[in-house]
Design a protein around this ligand. Structure first.
Ligand code: S3P
Length: 192
């Protein structure tokens, strides 16, 4: 019964979305890629991760790209985002710093922007068990400082979800939050 209700919920969210893309934003370690894959499955959307695309296109790792200067990485990140936005029915997990570049917001706002909000202490705990190489991940203090610098930018999302639970639960929370947001204001869906 619960499963049926959940399925109905997903189908109606998918219907309400009218093929609009979802862009997941948030700090490194907030679960954008894992939650994004769950969301894509639930909605029958395609999933993309901008960091993975950047590595695929450039055939370089993120640390290698950062070694040539952060602006190089950011420029490629913007190009990748630009190339995704003309498509529909996508869930896109973005890199944690995507919000820091003003031009990226023009692309993000072509879809629904979802912030996975996680306190920096929990991010640090999660990231200390993660083997992904992240050039901007240094100390817990630096992570907290980055979070502080970016918080107001993340807060510009259309939907904000406290993403401290397991990925499956966070996926449900995102779907419910989107439904609530759309029920309040259907015009908040960008017209495709
Ligand atoms: C970054 C986050 C990383 C990656 C790069 C820079 C950031 O992505 O894009 O290392 O500026 O916070 P994740 O958020 O997927 O770790």
């Amino acid at each position: 019964m619960i499963l049926l209700e959940t399925l109905d919920e997903h189908q109606s969210t998918s219907f309400m979305l009218k093929n609009t893309n979802l862009y997941l934003i948030g700090m490194m370690g907030s679960g954008k890629s894992t939650v994004g894959q769950h969301l894509a499955t639930a909605l029958g959307y395609q999933f993309f991760d901008t960091d993975a695309l950047i590595m695929q296109i450039t055939r370089q790792t993120i640390p290698e790209l950062f070694a040539t200067g952060e602006p190089t990485f950011r420029a490629i990140e913007t190009q990748v985002l630009a190339q995704l936005t003309p498509h529909t029915r996508l869930v896109v997990a973005t890199g944690g710093g995507v919000v820091t570049q003003l031009p990226n917001w023009a692309y993000l706002h072509t879809g629904i922007v979802v912030w996975l909000e996680v306190p920096s202490k929990l991010l640090w705990q999660r990231l200390s068990q993660d083997t992904t190489q992240r050039p901007l991940l240094q100390t817990s203090e630096h992570l907290a400082e980055l979070f502080k610098q970016r918080e107001a930018l993340y807060r510009q999302a259309d939907v904000i979800v406290q993403a401290t639970a397991c990925p499956e639960r966070v996926c449900e929370q995102v779907l419910i939050a989107i439904q609530e947001r759309l029920a309040q204001d259907a015009s908040s869906i960008p017209v495709r």
